[in-house]
Design a binder for this molecule. Structure first.
Ligand SMILES: Nc1ncnc2c1ncn2[C@@H]1O[C@H](COP(=O)(O)OP(=O)(O)OP(=O)(O)O)[C@@H](O)[C@H]1O
Ligand SMILES: [Mg+2]
Length: 341
């Protein structure tokens, strides 16, 4: 579904707002399924906020509510200082939305897609041409501007999508999984684009499946789980919510694995991978004593890796117990609720 919100006034911007997004108790259900069970958000202007959550957690639902595409069943929110319910037009004038699924029309050229957006924003023809040319250049699409968009690669379409969102010069942009499906180079290009937007004072609300992306870009990160914000904070704060890292020992010989597992009773077993995980903070001192102990126990692993906690660990720890498949490469940690707020 094309999900670019249409503006109601040209070249939005408007007065500076204390917070780009301020939401309290947002709720949304579909039938008897509660998708958002009262979520609070506070996003200072000029920052990047990342909403994480497994498939179906309600990330797109949150984006759609905050961008006025659908209404919440409960709660209230101000976006760019405008009340979502009372002044949706004010919200629409200040925001841009790049939906999870492309809003690009494949039958017309990249330039025509851009010009369509300029018309929807009521830009005068000359201004429309100028903005279009500038954005196509900035997004490295000038050379292909006269080709039908359906001939673009996924990464080019995604860049065009975001360029189209920027035609209205929004102060807040919602990017719903901006880099899903992009190769590492295109992903880095997109990150650079997002950083430049923020440098220009734009607030970015993004959803992502890539923890690394949130770690790279976001000032604050929230993890959505079971309809609620399970944790919220900076990447560092979230990483501190879960216990320290671990050392992973892998064995090629099943007999060696079994005897090591017998010797290391406290280790978490991964029988399929023939691997054992031992909690460790990864410090030199702890590693040395662990290695000494392994020597004395006669355990010789074929591979030893040190793992310090990353956002993936946070994600798996906080969203455990849903319909997530088992994560054999992840430490077996109890479901943990916490907030860094
Ligand atoms: N229009 C709708 N009617 C009924 N159920 C819906 C509708 N839109 C979303 N849902 C349900 O709401 C839940 C949340 O969906 P949503 O698209 O917000 O998840 P998401 O976090 O964006 O997932 P993904 O990572 O897969 O994009 C899902 O269970 C989905 O099936
Ligand atoms: Mg989604």
């Amino acid at each position: 579904m094309p999900s670019t919100v249409m503006p109601t006034s040209s070249r939005g911007g408007g007065r500076p707002a204390p917070a780009a997004v301020h939401a309290v108790g947002l709720r949304k259900s579909y039938g008897d399924k509660t998708v958002l069970d009262g979520i609070d958000l506070h996003i200072p202007a000029g920052t990047v906020f990342a909403l994480l959550g497994p498939n179906g957690a309600g990330k797109t639902t949150a984006v759609k509510i905050l961008s006025t595409l659908i209404t919440a069943d409960g709660g209230r929110a101000q976006v760019a200082g405008h009340d979502l319910a009372a002044a949706p037009d004010g919200v629409r004038a200040a925001i841009g939305v790049t939906g999870q699924f492309s809003a690009v029309d494949g039958l017309i050229t990249g330039e025509e897609n851009m010009r369509l957006m300029a018309d929807l924003h009521h830009l005068p023809a000359r201004e429309g041409r100028r903005v279009t040319a500038e954005l196509l250049e900035r997004f490295d699409l000038a050379d292909v501007a006269d080709r039908p968009a359906q001939s673009y690669s996924g990464g080019m379409k995604r860049r065009l999508d975001i360029a189209m969102t920027l035609v209205g010069d929004p102060r807040i942009i919602f990017l719903d999984e901006p880099t899903t499906g992009l190769d590492p180079r295109s992903r880095h290009t997109m990150w650079q684009i997002i950083r430049e937007l923020v440098t220009g004072g734009v607030t970015v609300f993004l959803t992502t499946q890539y923890l690394e992306e949130a770690d790279e870009l976001a000032d604050r990160i929230a993890v959505l789980h079971d309809g609620r914000i399970a944790a919220e904070g900076t990447a560092g704060e979230l990483k501190r919510l879960i216990p320290g890292g671990h050392v992973r020992l892998r064995f090629f010989d099943p007999a060696a694995y079994r005897s090591a597992a017998a010797a290391l009773r406290g280790a978490t077993r991964d029988d399929e991978e023939l691997a054992l995980q031992i909690p460790s903070d990864g410090s030199q001192r702890e590693l040395r004593s662990l290695l000494d102990w392994l020597d004395s126990a006669g355990v010789e692993a074929d591979e030893l890796t040190v793992h310090t906690p990353d956002l993936d660990d946070v994600f798996f720890a906080l969203t455990a117990g849903t319909d997530q498949p088992n994560q054999p490469n992840r430490p077996n940690r109890p479901n943990q609720k916490g907030t860094a707020r």
